[in-house]
Each structure stands twice: as C-alpha cells, then as structure tokens.
Ligand binder design. Structure first.
Ligand code: SF4
Ligand code: MSK
Length: 625
C-alpha cells in the first residue's frame, strides 16, 4: 500500500493527521496493516482450525495437500464452525452490553444506582405493556422493577420466545418457527454455538449455519434491542438534534475529553460530571476555557444523538485524535478500542483511562466504573483530565479545521413522529416512487478499504437514486463527516427524495438512527413498514450494506439482518471462501430459506447498483413499478 495519506482516507481532517503522524514518526493502524501483508491466506479463506490440540489443522485450498483436518473435518465444516464462532462473539458483545444496561436499570429500581433515573416514562410503560406487566395502581418503580426482571430473564430462558421477536411481522415469525431458528434465550444460543463447534459435535455446514442465524436473531431482536430500549428508558429516546462532527470539534482552549467505546452507562455520567460547578472552576484554575467532551465510535453516537455532544470521529480516527496532541483524556469502556492506544498516548500528555471491569489495556490508567458510585467516579475521571491540561505541549497541538454540522437522533419513534405519527406518508412516498426504497447502511471502518470511501460513496449513490438511507455506527459518523446528515444534503438526493425531505420540514436524506446496538431500531422500522403494507420484511423494497465492516459484531448483525429478510451487501469478504458450500449458502442458498442473502462487493458504486436493482425487483414484485 502506498503510504500517501490521500490513499488512506477520503476525509481531509484524517489526511492532515496522517501527514502529521508520518512526519512525527508515529505508527498507526495503517502502518501495522502494511507490516502484516501478505496476510495469511488460510485465515482469509477460513480453512484453519484450532478447535482442539490435535491441530492446528489447515486445508489445502488447491487440493494438493490435506483435504481434511486430523479429526476428518472438511473445509465446509471448518469454515462453517469458524463463522459460527464469529457470530457467537458478536452476539455476545452486543448482548453483554445489554445485560449491563439491564442490570444498571435493575439496580436503579432497587435504589442502588442513585445517579440514574427514568428519563422516558412513556417508553417504560409501553415496554411494560408489551411484557404483559400490570401497571394499574402500581408505582412507577414497581413497574420498572418487574420489567427489569422480565428483561433479565430473556438472557437465561431455556425455551423462547424472546418477547421483542414478536415485533416482527407474523409471516416472519412463522418462517423462523418453521425452519427452527426462532431464538430461545440469548445466553442459551451463544453457549450452544460454543458447544456445537467443539470437536466432534455439529459437523454439517448447513446445520451449523442455521444455528448461526438463530443466534444472530437472539442478538438483533434480543440483546441489541434490549440494550436500545433500556438505554432509552434510562437516558431518553433520541429526538432530532443538531451537532457537529470530525476532529475539528476538539478545542484549542478547553480541556478535551474523548469518550470512546460503546456503553452510554459511563458516558452519560461523564457528560453530567463535566458540567459540575466545582469541576468547571477547577478547569478555569488550570488555565482552560472550559471542558469539551467529544465522542468516538458508538459511545460518540450514543451521546451525539441524545445530547448533541459532538463526535470526533469513527473507528479509524481513534489514533488520529490522540495525534492532535490536544486530548487530555481518552476514556474507554468496551469494544472497538485499539490496544495500540496505550503506547500511542505515552507519546503525548494524554491520559488513557480504562473503566470497564471487563476490559484492561496495556498502558492504561485504571479507574474502574461501577453504577453504585457512577457520578462520583465520573467526576474523578473528569478531574484527572482537567488536572492534566497544564501538561499539554502547545507546540505539539495540531487540530484540523474540519468540523461538519449534522442533524441526528432519528429513532424509530422520532421518524414516525416526523411523519405525523403514522408510517402512511412514507408508504405513500414509496408507492408513488418518490422514495424508491430504504437503504440501511451501517458498520465499521476497515483498514482494507480507504477510510470512509466505501461508506460515503455508497450512500451518495443511494440518495441520488431516491433511496432513503438509515444509518448507524461508524457509517453514520462517516456520513456526518461528509455532510450527508445535514438538511442541505437533500440537494444531493434525487428529485423525489429531495421533495420528501423538504416536505417533512427539512430532514436529511440520510437518517442517523444511532449506535451498533441501535440497528435494532432499523429492524423495528422495517417491521412497522412491512406490517403497514401487509407484507413480510423480505418483500420490502429495502436493502442493507456494511461497506467497511470488520468486527465480529458486524458478522452477527449481517446474519440477523439477512435472517430478518433484508438482502445485504458486504464491502469486505468474510473468511468463508474456502468452502463452496458455505459461500453458496450465504450468497444464494439463504434466499430459499429466509428470503434474503448476502452479496460481496468492495466497489461502493457497484454495491449501490446491486442494492438498487434489488430494490427495483422488490418494487416490481409489489406492483410498484
Ligand atoms: Fe484439527 Fe479437527 Fe482439532 Fe480442528 S477439531 S484442530 S480440524 S483435529
Ligand atoms: S463502533 S463495531 S467499528 S461500527 Fe460500534 Fe464502529 Fe463497527 Fe465498532
């Protein structure tokens, strides 16, 4: 790879910092990727196995060497097992995040997490009704406590169903039941993945993959959806709000604190702690003009959409933010946090503060966070950052100018409210062809694809062709940085979509629906639209994409989106090409099973064509030509 910064990112702020990294001799993720090249082709094809100590085994893809592992496992079995383990890890990450959110909710009900409160009472009661929890003549706390117990029970259930799966259209639920993938308890499905992939258990690729679909559904309509809903009850359901994104949100004169990771349990407290009068006074004493909190990755998405807290960047920008030399503290919890941050922050004055009991990092200062003393710990963390301000070396500070305005916070509830409380106006727009369909574009950055290139170009192509885009995760941040989350971006949309955006009071053509777990909001939206049209989700003129995905969470997401009936285009190839059976199942066989499948297309323009032709075909099938 050419080390030119222009080849690594399309984002100008990132290019500036990449040049700075190069001139300062600082190593980044792109340099480490180059040192890995060529990457192991057995790993790329998914045909190596370490599931027992007779191995490691690998299959010769050219048929000249070993065709089977020591135990007799074929390429099909090995690839399928490896994929199932990826789904299990991804589903576990989302669902363990959900577990912590629910346990915090329960502790709050018991009075043991006094810093938290119920911010969305209406959602609390609607969830209670969904769970059949009586609400008459009961206190809010009694209802909340019983709801918390019901949500906690979803993890350990031995027989389903998981309550939120019943939000899907009837036809979809029946299909899941018919093919045996209606998920049972969340933990049960994940544990069963590990059992099935142990040596000598499940040895049929199709059978293994079907369990992958079931596990992923326990994530999408289970763990992820529980995380979203409980966080809404605790912190408020997002409504449209304006803010700004990119590295230019860092402030030269203020204490900069970056909050990075995934769980809003901590970041909500940090945002509050930074407003405490004594802390602001301390900042002034340290010579700062105030405290500037900025998000990173999905923690950034959570605070951006609920409070309009600016976001400094997505996954591939986490190191670049430190290289600005202007960050007093990088505070992290879990997921997508590069272990490289420890060494990198040691080159600057930045304090790298780890907070989760589950996640330790080399070189990090540990300030463990527990709900019982949430606000106090948050204040300690913010104080540590403020006291670090005088250590900033102003000669090392380079803050890029790029800072892009955006409108975010389009929860499913906010979208329906913008439509006047009913999906009808959206259905009318789809029926008339003003809006051709819905594109769900989500997922990470991946160093194998030029930073934000896949995201931004794919989304631009979709809106240009009158496809309304809903986005979460690092795609949402990429779109925001490119100006696609501003009402003015409607000018880049086709005439139909542009008119709809204007008629709805000036909404962007790309709607920010939140963090990774909030892909559950997209599922809810598709279910609402499908039910209103009287069809299954797989009949909708809708398609999904993850143009720069990299994480195991993304594998679980892709699996539950397809299992829910949405055709999905991936921008990077999953490690499955070593098995024709598995590749064939994923790219076409699943159509006959769940009515949707995967495609892989790294070129965002071609990926957009695939999505558009899928949407056209679905329109035609619905008689909407
Ligand atoms: Fe090899 Fe089979 Fe053991 Fe895997 S499970 S390492 S293929 S012997
Ligand atoms: S942060 S999982 S890199 S979207 Fe959710 Fe971004 Fe992917 Fe992490």
């Amino acid at each position: 790879m050419n080390p030119n910064s222009l080849d690594r990112s399309i984002d100008r702020a990132s290019q500036t910092m990449l040049r700075e990294a190069r001139s300062a001799g600082i190593e980044t993720v792109w340099d480490r990727y180059e040192k890995q090249l060529p990457q192991c082709s057995f790993g790329q094809l998914g045909i190596c196995c370490r599931n027992c100590n007779m191995g490691p085994c690998r299959i010769d893809p050219f048929g000249e060497g070993a065709e089977k592992g020591v135990c007799g496992a074929t390429a099909d079995i090995i690839v399928a097992r490896n994929l199932l383990r990826m789904i299990a890890a991804g589903a576990a990450a989302h669902s363990d995040h959900a577990r912590d959110a629910v346990l915090t909710f329960k502790r709050m009900c018991e009075g043991a997490a006094g810093s938290y409160n119920i911010k969305d009472e209406a959602k609390l009661y609607s969830l209670a009704t969904e769970y059949g929890i009586p609400t008459d003549n009961r206190t809010r706390e009694e209802v909340a406590s019983e709801l918390a117990d019901s949500l906690i029970a979803e993890f350990g259930k031995q027989a389903g169903p998981i309550c939120f799966t019943r939000r899907a259209p009837e036809a979809r639920i029946k299909l899941w039941q018919k093919i045996g993938i209606d998920p049972r308890g969340i933990d049960r499905e994940i544990v069963e993945c590990m059992h099935r992939t142990h040596i000598g258990v499940d040895n049929d690729a199709t059978h293994i993959l079907l369990h992958g679909l079931r596990t992923s559904l326990s994530d999408g309509w289970g763990g992820s959806m529980i995380a979203t809903e409980v966080q809404d009850v605790l912190f408020g359901t997002p409504k449209p709000v304006t803010s700004s994104v990119n590295l230019g949100v860092l402030s030269e004169g203020k204490v900069n604190i970056l909050i990075h990771g995934h769980e809003p349990i901590l970041s909500e407290m940090i945002v509050e702690a930074a407003e405490a009068p004594e802390i602001l006074k301390l900042a002034e004493k340290m010579g700062a003009k105030g405290i500037n909190i900025a998000g990173m990755c999905c923690t950034g998405n959570e605070t951006l959409m609920r409070h309009g807290v600016p976001t400094a960047g997505n996954f591939l920008q986490q190191e670049l933010a430190i290289i600005t030399g202007a960050v007093e503290a990088m505070v992290v919890d879990v997921q997508c946090i590069m272990p490289a941050l420890g060494q990198l922050t040691s080159c600057y004055h930045t304090k790298f503060i780890s907070t989760s009991p589950k996640a330790e990092f080399p070189g990090a200062l540990r300030m463990e966070f527990h709900e019982e003393e949430a606000f106090e710990t948050a204040k300690k963390i913010v104080r540590a950052a403020v006291e670090n301000f005088p250590n900033r070396n102003s000669s090392k500070v380079i803050i890029p100018a790029e800072k892009q305005a955006c409108m975010v916070g389009f929860s499913a509830e906010a979208i329906l409210s913008a439509l006047g409380g009913t999906p009808e106006p959206l259905l009318d727009a789809i029926k008339s062809g003003a809006v051709k369909g819905i594109g769900a574009v989500v997922g990470c950055n991946n160093v194998k694809i030029k930073h934000n290139y896949g995201h931004v170009n794919l989304v631009k192509e979709l809106i240009k062709n009158d496809v309304l885009v809903v986005t979460t995760g690092c795609n949402a941040i990429a779109c925001a940085e490119a100006g696609l989350l501003s009402p003015e971006a409607a000018e880049l949309a086709g005439p139909g979509l542009k008119a709809v955006c204007k008629a709805l009071g000036g909404i962007p053509p790309v709607l920010h629906m939140g963090s990774c777990v909030d892909i559950s909001r997209i599922l809810v939206l598709t279910a609402v639209v499908a039910k209103a049209l009287g069809v299954d989700i797989s009949d909708l003129p809708a398609a999904g994409a993850a143009p720069e995905w990299m994480s195991e969470k993304a594998v679980s997401i892709g699996a539950y989106v397809v299992s829910s009936g949405v055709h999905t285009v991936l921008g990077t190839v999953p490690p499955v090409l070593g098995s024709e059976t598995v590749t064939g199942l994923l790219t076409s066989g699943l159509n006959g099973v769940v009515g949707a499948s995967f495609a892989v297309e790294p070129d965002p323009f071609k990926a957009a064509e695939l999505m558009l032709s899928h949407i056209e075909a679905k329109r035609k099938a619905l008689g909407l030509e």
